[in-house]
Unconditional design. Structure first.
Length: 356
């Protein structure tokens, strides 16, 4: 529906302006954190030199190697993965009407990890080799991603089935997610027990979520999948707003609730699976970032989606930078730090009963 600009109330104009300003400030903060991330590490580089390298000024071979080949791919992977996981979590919370919904809490991340482990053992996805810059990488990412997506898809369909049952409360869905996550965790442990040394190393490699393993090709794949999925999410923002008011209300407004829900879960599962296939399990971004954005921007999904993505990128990039510094010169995987930070937030949400 189109309105003439002169018919838009002034209060609504200011409402839109505040939301847009908040997102712009978030993007500015993200740019600042990116520069700090590129300058920080075992080998510190002055911020001015980092900025000069990025805009094409002459720099030493050492600085160019560190910035362009080591830290920038890692930072870009954190930006894209944080945005994708936050978008997936926001969509799951919207279409399931469950504030505790996320790829991690609903067991989808664990299912994807099991699929990756299964591909390592049975489908030849577990060959480990050294990359040019010394990082270890599994050399069959497409096979692993396909297997991870298959199992995350199965889990998403189970969650959709539970959500469609009459009387399926948020508590029931979270408990179902815990049960599904425990089942797939047990399956992963079973595979690890019978794996050989090479396969076990590859599975442990997948389990630890770490942005340092990402190459430019990985970043490109993540970017394409994230962009495609979030475009669909953005096109359905009004539908998510309608579903948030209740399924009957959404249906009366012409929203095909079942189709929107199925499409959203499938694309959120795809985002989760590809991210895990490239970076490993990184939890709580999809749960925490949408709640933070909701407190700042409100529940309008037109603004909640980009706000969640910006905050997800900020959280993951900031945590990744801290993880590189906290035990320097040792590098702590970002998934470990996110678990330490995310678990208390998750418990606080449960204890305060925000879904009621």
């Amino acid at each position: 529906m189109h309105f003439d600009d002169g018919l838009i109330p002034e209060d609504y104009r200011r409402y839109l302006a505040r939301k847009r300003l908040a997102i712009v400030l978030g993007l500015a903060s993200l740019a600042l954190v990116l520069v700090v991330a590129l300058a920080s590490g075992a080998a510190r580089i002055p911020v001015g030199e980092v900025v000069g390298t990025l805009i094409g000024r002459e720099a030493s071979a050492r600085t160019q190697a560190i910035v362009w080949h080591i830290r920038l791919p890692q930072a870009v992977a954190a930006l894209i993965a944080g945005a994708g996981l936050a978008a997936a979590g926001m969509v799951m919370q919207a279409i399931l009407r469950n504030p505790l919904g996320s790829p991690f809490t609903l067991g989808i991340a664990h299912a994807a990890a099991f699929g990756a482990a299964l591909s390592v053992v049975l489908l030849g996805g577990g060959v480990v080799g050294a990359r040019e810059w010394g990082a270890i990488a599994v050399t069959s990412p497409h096979v692993t991603a396909a297997s991870a997506f298959l199992f995350s898809l199965i889990t998403a369909l189970v969650i959709i089935g539970i959500a469609r049952r009459r009387g399926a409360t948020p508590e029931v869905m979270v408990l179902a997610g815990v049960a599904i996550g425990a089942l797939f965790t047990a399956g992963t442990m079973f595979l690890q027990y019978f794996a050989d040394d090479m396969q076990l190393a590859a599975m442990v490699f997948w389990t630890f979520g770490d942005t340092a393993r990402a190459s430019w090709a990985d970043c490109a794949m993540l970017a394409v999948v994230t962009a495609a999925c979030t475009l669909v999410f953005a096109a359905n923002a009004w539908n998510y707003n309608a579903i948030d008011a209740g399924e009957e209300t959404a249906s009366s407004l012409g929203v095909r609730v079942a189709a929107v829900r199925t499409t959203g879960m499938l694309l959120a599962s795809l985002l989760t699976a590809v991210t895990i296939a490239v970076l490993g399990i990184i939890g709580f971004i999809g749960l925490v970032a949408p709640h933070m954005a909701r407190r700042i921007l409100g529940a309008d999904h037109r603004f909640l989606l980009p706000g969640s993505m910006v905050l997800g990128s900020l959280l993951l990039l900031g945590a990744d930078t801290v993880a590189r510094l906290v035990l320097a010169p040792r590098v702590l995987p970002v998934s470990v730090l996110m678990a330490f930070l995310g678990a208390p937030v998750f418990l606080a949400l449960i204890l305060r009963g925000r879904w009621r």
